[in-house]
Design a protein around this ligand. Structure first.
Ligand code: NAD
Length: 248
């Protein structure tokens, strides 16, 4: 299977990766769903947009605890790094990610379409200005816009919000022109993101899937399933693609 996957990637004119929470699990960030998922500990209502508007301080306290105090300390792992190396060597054109943790960029990936936005910037709800979190700080909650004084919100998609542009259009376009799409650590249960692999498949892409367990894509959409943890599978795949590649 690894030989087949490596051959498909080498042969393709354009390759993209589509990543979900599973790629960051080995960096210490739990997924939302499943046995050890965040939603077994927290009620996700605090990131529903209408709830946030009505209870800003309460929502912000949990957002800071989970997405900044906890997620913020994570480092990219070997799977993020393998994708960055593949991009540098011309074997991968872009990453489409559902994650908001900035770990692809931290690993060195340059073209990253953040389908659900990012936790690393804050956006003003009124004037729409954006600021790096580091510039604003989260010591005082809720953080306010230095420009207009209105509340700031993390720049990732809350339940009830649309997918941001240009990430949405760029992700769709990337899926439609890719000849190989590598799915890593995504369950395919989160809509509308879950449609991306279908768009690629409809245009004839080969679908390679990396996951610790079969998903709704496996057996239906997936051409080559590489079972296992993202770091182990991606290290092995990179060795097949570039036998002399440095250890990650
Ligand atoms: P998901 O679709 O992202 O599912 C996670 C998938 O990862 C599952 O299929 C699981 O089997 C797989 N997985 C778990 N550990 C793995 C590993 N070590 N290697 C490979 N695969 C592994 O669903 P979700 O967690 O419910 O997330 C919902 C949405 O929220 C998604 O858009 C997700 O990207 C986002 N989210 C982002 C982060 C982050 O930014 N790191 C964390 C949690 C959720």
């Amino acid at each position: 299977m690894y030989t087949k996957a490596a051959a498909a990637i080498k042969k393709a004119g354009r390759v993209a990766a589509f990543t979900g929470a599973g790629i960051s699990v080995e960096s210490g960030i739990p997924p939302f769903r499943g046995e050890n998922g965040l939603w077994t500990q927290y009620d996700p209502v605090f990131i529903e947009i209408n709830y946030f508007h009505r209870h800003r301080l309460e929502s912000w306290r949990l957002i800071r605890e989970i997405f900044y105090d906890f997620f913020g300390k994570a480092e990219p792992n070997a799977a993020h790094k393998a994708l960055a190396v593949m991009e540098q060597k011309g074997l991968l054109h872009a990453v489409i990610t559902q994650n908001i943790d900035n770990l692809h960029q931290a690993a060195g990936s340059k073209i990253v379409h953040e389908f659900h936005g990012t936790a690393s910037t804050l956006a003003c709800l009124k004037c729409r200005a954006k600021y790096p979190v580091s510039e604003i700080g989260l010591e005082e909650l809720p953080p306010v816009c230095p420009g207009c004084g209105n509340s700031l919100k993390p720049d990732f998609v809350f339940f009830g919000e649309p997918i941001p542009e240009p990430a949405n259009s760029n992700s769709i376009r990337e899926a439609e022109i890719s000849e190989v799409l590598i799915l890593i650590g995504t369950s395919g249960e989160v809509m509308p993101a879950a449609r991306i692999p279908y768009l690629a498949k409809q245009k004839g892409a080969v679908i390679i899937e990396v996951n610790i367990e079969p998903t709704i894509y496996t057996g239906k959409l997936t051409d080559i399933f590489l079972p296992g943890k993202a770091t182990e599978v991606m290290k092995r795949l990179l060795e097949m693609l570039m036998p002399a590649s440095p250890a990650l």
